[in-house]
Design a protein. Structure first.
Length: 156
């Protein structure tokens, strides 16, 4: 497997991590508070973006970038990826019978979520490969990852 695919898979896994944290937390909060499915899904999407951006900003902030610039980097790096992932995983949840109405204590919810994340990952990897190949998407973050790695090496 060549490097662009490996990089795209890594970027997508990173995105999936933030999305998964946000979506699961949103589902738990929404269902615990007795919110409607729509309100719970909206909260989950908002939290998916929030956690996705936050995970991207961590190494950028550690590299010494100001908060405003780090936010810009995260928006540039992850907006398309998170959007595609959210569209795909929510679409899958909507087409699996009963998945959207299943509660967080129901196995159908977790099985459907796992399937939806897998589908979202497979669809988002080529999107990220295309973006990275054009110097966009997660490619804008890599300079900060390397900057942090250099500082880590000097510290040892």
């Amino acid at each position: 497997m060549n490097t662009p695919w490996r990089t795209a898979m890594s970027a997508t896994l990173h995105c999936l991590t933030g999305c998964a944290i946000g979506e699961v937390l949103g589902m738990i909060i929404g269902s615990s508070l007795g919110w409607s499915n729509l309100a719970t899904v909206i909260l989950s999407i908002v939290l998916a973006f929030l956690f996705g951006y936050s995970l991207t900003m961590r190494p950028v902030l550690r590299a010494g970038v100001a908060l405003g610039a780090a936010i810009s980097v995260a928006l540039a790096a992850d907006t398309v990826s998170i959007t595609v992932m959210e569209i795909m995983d929510n679409a899958v949840m909507l087409v699996i019978p009963g998945a959207i109405t299943a509660g967080v204590l129901d196995w159908l919810f977790w099985a459907s979520l796992a399937i939806s994340f897998a589908v979202a990952f497979v669809v988002t990897v080529p999107v990220n490969k295309w973006l990275i190949g054009r110097g966009k998407g997660h490619a804008v973050v890599h300079q900060y990852h390397h900057h942090h790695d250099e500082h880590s090496e000097h510290a040892h």
